[in-house]
Structure formats: C-alpha cells, structure tokens
Write a protein that binds this ligand. Structure first.
Ligand code: NAD
Ligand code: ZN
Length: 342
C-alpha cells in the first residue's frame, strides 16, 4: 500500500510502498478515506528537535483520519466491515489507575498513532478497537477527518462552563478558531480571539469570534473597555503556545478566572505567579481529548447546528502532499485535508 513515511532522519516526508499493517484479535483495520494535517506532522516534516528525540525512523506518520472498517479482529464485536470510523490517536494502557477509573486521557503510558507507532497517512491503518469511533455518516467526511484537533478544541473549550461568560482565546490557529465556534455554540457572551496573523484572525471572525485583536498592533485592553468589561475575562483558552500570549492572558483575567492551557509553551517560561495566586486563577492543562466524552460532544454539537466547516481551507490528493505541507508551513491555512481515494 501507499503511505507517507518519515523514511530518513532529515527534513521531508516520502511517499512509499509499505506492507498493509497486520491486525491483532482486538484491532480493526481501517481503509483510510481522508486525513488532515496537524501541526505535529509539520514538526515531524521539519525534523525539529522534538521530532528528532521522539520519532523512530522509518515511521508512517499521521493521526487525523476518517475511513471505513476493512477487517476486524476475532475479539471485535461492535464494529462491522464497512462502518465509517474515525479514531483516537492516543493509545492508552487500559490497566493503570486512571484508565481503570475511566480517565483514559490521563493515562501516563499513552502512545501516539503516527508518533510512536505507525499512523494514518496510508491506505490502511490498524488500531485497537478501543480507539475506533463510529461516525455519524451525515457529517461530511472532511469534517470527520478533523475530529482529533476538533477534539482538542472541544476538550479545552468545554473544560469550564461557558454559558454567559466572556472568553479570551489566544492563538487563532485551526484549534483556536474551532474553539471560538464551540464557545459561541455553548453560550458564551463575548468571544475575543487574539493572534498576530491577520489571515488567521479573519478566519476566527468567520467562525464566530465577536472581536479579533491583532496584538502586534492593537490593544486588547481597549477592546475590553469597548465591550464594557467591569473586570477581565471569565475564561481563557490558551491556544498559541506563545509565552507573551499566555502572559497577556494571565493579566487580562477577572479574579477567579479559569484558564485552560492547550498551547505547548517552550521550556521554562516564566510567568508572574502573583497574578495566579492573588487573583485566584485556576489553570488546567489539557492533553488530547476525553475518551470518549469529547467524541460524543463533538458529534452532538455538529448534530445540533455547530458549523466548523470554514476551518477547512485546503484540499489535496495524497500524492500532492508536498503542496499540503507547503500550505501548513505558510502559517496562513486552516486545516489541510488529504484525500486517499485512488
Ligand atoms: P497553530 O500554530 O496553527 O496556531 C497558533 C497560533 O498562535 C498561530 O496562528 C500564531 O500566529 C498565533 N500566535 C503567535 N503568537 C501569538 C501571540 N503573541 N498572541 C496570540 N496569538 C499568537 O497551532 P494549532 O494547530 O491551532 O494548535 C494550537 C496550540 O495547541 C499549539 O501550541 C499546539 O502545539 C498545541 N496543541 C496541543 C495539544 C495538546 O494535547 N495539549 C494538541 C494539539 C495542539
Ligand atoms: Zn493507562
């Protein structure tokens, strides 16, 4: 089968012929229909420091996908050949305290599809059946291919009660833009998104942000004044991984404000801890998606009118993957979807 493989320990990605993966008794084999490109895949493509210390070579990469079940292991009973599925990219141990308690997103032994084991940028993918998610076929396949990052946005945005709250989103990348749509859907009063990229801010506006602020030249404080905030934001969703964005968020929260931190900050970022302590802030780290409450919420939000379709800005056939990565590298795309049909 064809697969996009990190073949050599250097920049790039290679379209290769590799064997179809074998399945165990508890696995499903999925015929991939569409995949979307994640920032993680761009790190692997670039072969940056994180990738060099994390990715075994050779490896088929990719973890955002939708496809149909092509084969099932002998122990698999609730999936049938032909079922439309997406899947959780975090493979957990199933036996630790958190896993046994149903907190699988907190498993300390998590392994990543397309990161620590072969991934979804291929004609076929094998994953444990406990990682497969039945899709509602009325949802467009390209949206289903983004359930992994949509799940990051959902897990983060729904960490705190949104109803009637004023929400700051720092970072209007694909995940920040989806979070803006979710926050509005969940009843937030004002959603303000910041970025330094006008293309991304335009997308955030299109996806429901009430106000967008280019912090490279505009004042967030002025926007807060204009919206007649008595104090600061009730909820902060950090989705940039940028230290100055995080610091700006900390100083823009109301007393008792709640922050969900998804963005991956560089090592040893210093913040003003006095703000956290004296203003009584809550900071919650977010990793991945809740299994499978986040997946349930994503499906039901789409079924009840949430529209995230604008986040998909580019579509290519998998043989044109270089164009897709170019768009991601430009920093001006939303989600880039690759089509795996022949
Ligand atoms: P992205 O890189 O596409 O978007 C980040 C955005 O932040 C960019 O548009 C960038 O211009 C903007 N930005 C840069 N400086 C800024 C500043 N000072 N103020 C405001 N915005 C600024 O990333 P994405 O794919 O949307 O993901 C968002 C973040 O979440 C990334 O940091 C990513 O690594 C992280 N992430 C975490 C998890 C997890 O499980 N914790 C999962 C996926 C992604
Ligand atoms: Zn576990």
């Amino acid at each position: 089968m064809k697969a996009l493989v990190k073949k050599k320990a250097e920049r790039g990605l290679w379209l290769e012929d590799v064997p179809v993966p074998e399945i165990g008794i508890n696995d499903v084999l999925i015929k991939i229909r569409k995949t979307s490109i994640c920032g993680t895949d761009v790190h692997i493509y670039n072969w940056d420091e994180w990738a060099r210390k994390t990715i075994p070579v050779p490896l088929t990469i990719g973890h955002e996908f939708v496809g149909e079940v092509a084969e099932i292991g002998a122990n698999v009973h609730d999936f049938e050949i032909g079922d439309l599925v997406s899947g959780e990219g975090h493979v957990v141990c199933g036996r630790c305290r958190n896993c046994l308690a149903g907190r699988r997103h907190l498993c300390a032994k998590t392994r990543g599809v397309g990161v620590n084991r072969n991934g979804a940028y291929a004609e076929y993918l094998s994953i444990p059946v406990t990682n497969a998610w039945h899709c509602d076929p009325s949802i467009p396949e390209e949206i289903l291919s983004c359930f992994d990052p949509f799940g990051n946005a959902t897990h983060t945005a729904l960490s705190f009660d949104m109803l009637g709250e004023d929400v700051l989103i720092t970072g209007a990348g694909p995940i920040g833009c989806m979070a803006a749509a979710i926050a509005k859907h969940a009843g937030a009063r004002y959603v303000v998104a910041t970025d330094v990229n006008p293309v991304r801010l335009e997308l955030a506006k299109k996806m429901g942000a009430d106000r967008v602020v280019n912090v490279a030249g505009e004042s967030l404080e002025a926007v807060m004044k204009d919206l007649d905030f008595k104090e600061g934001f009730d909820i902060g969703l950090e989705m940039s991984g940028n230290p100055s964005a995080f610091r700006q968020m900390l100083s823009s929260m109301c007393h008792g404000g709640k922050i969900a931190l998804l963005g991956i900050l560089p090592e040893n970022v210093g913040i003003d801890w006095d703000t956290v302590v004296f203003n009584g802030l809550t900071i919650k780290g977010i990793y991945g998606r809740e299994m499978y409450e986040t997946w349930y919420k994503m499906t039901s939000m789409l079924q009840s009118g949430l529209d995230i379709s604008a986040v998909i800005t580019d579509r290519y056939h998998y043989t044109e993957y270089e164009k897709g990565f170019e768009r991601m590298l430009s920093g001006n795309s939303g989600k880039v979807v690759l089509d795996w049909s022949e």
